[in-house]
Design a protein around this ligand. Sequence first.
Ligand code: PLP
Length: 413
Amino acid sequence: MLTLDFHPTGHHFLQIPGPSPVPDRILRAISLPTIDHRGPEFGALGLKVTDGIKRIFKTQHPVMIYPSSGTGAWEAALVNLLSPGDHVLMYETGQFAALWAKLAKRLGLSTETLEWRGGDSDLPEAPGWRHGVQADLIRERLEQDKEHRIKAVCVVHNETSTGVTSNIPAVRKAIDAAKHPALMIVDSISGLASADYRHDEWGADVTVSGSQKGLMLPPGLSFNALSPRAIEASKSAKLPKSYWAWDEIIEMNKTGYFPYTPNTNLLYGLHEAIEMLESEGLDQVFARHKRWSAGVRKGVEAWGLPVQCADQDLHSPILTGVVVPKGVDADALRKTILQRFDLSLGAALGKIKGRTFRIGHLGYSNDLTLLATMAGCEMGLKLAGVNLAGGGVEASMEYFSTHPSQSGPAKAA
Ligand code: PLP
């Protein structure tokens, strides 16, 4: 048993943008007895989850379920599709896009990174980390690549380090408009099951995701959703792969099994998560996150602090990045908020360390947990001596009370 030197009362407020708070229903499902992963019960579970997860990705094609964190699924996508030295076009929207590029280099791929062009006085350390992918830059670069040296374009759907989403259909259109054969690989690790995502319709070749965000599970499962083109490309890809290789998994998944010991108890949780998401309805789930995001944003705006996302249409439904005034250390602020109010907020990562904090509005949350979160932030900001323009909690309360939710108790009544 882990010994803590303090025991706070009540629930901890886990408002980081993943891992997200796990519903009790899922925790109970995970606590069922572990079963034989070669036995008949497991086969039934395997078939249910491999089929159900396709509906969440909105695909008819196979989805790989790995017992790994999202980083493993990033690697899986690249090693299955590409060969040593292949050139890959990445787009840096934030720290996760940058880390994916670093991983690609370590695998022996040649990478090239595009970034938003422009300045920013609120966040001069990383102006591009306030914007989504500009698809026209991708089109321009692909049109120059007459010899088709670029084998894949990698983009992040919901950049968890910034709170900015990207328009994935626009990236597909850019690749098609350039008449370029590059594969499109999308990271929707934090977007899936919280923001609208359509693997087949949007023409993704591989979509990478993870369990600990919109699926409301603990960390430990990750995914590669495939397209027929991706499966074809994997047959001639030469990067070394064994554990991550799609071919054996696709074959064994047909009967509900895996070529290795799968994460049985998390798969119980996945089964429960799919049931919960589908019984609410995916469209309702997406609307719920958008509404939370709008309510939190109202509060941040009332404080007079810049929301990190600078593109009005691209605010993340999953998290809100808040830029703190120069001279305020956002990490020290988060530390105070954790110590005083038992509330965890997301840190600013990479080149913006200490310049922002991130409020997660995903997983097992509701209006009141978000209002408590806003209260914790507001108290912390005041303790840090930040001059706030107005009451953020009040503004969020006003938004939530005047914009009724389409799901939850009001709908059920
Ligand atoms: N990509 C995005 C967008 C993420 O948010 C994360 C983690 O937060 C990752 C990749 C890496 O996933 P993991 O930490 O599960 O390995």
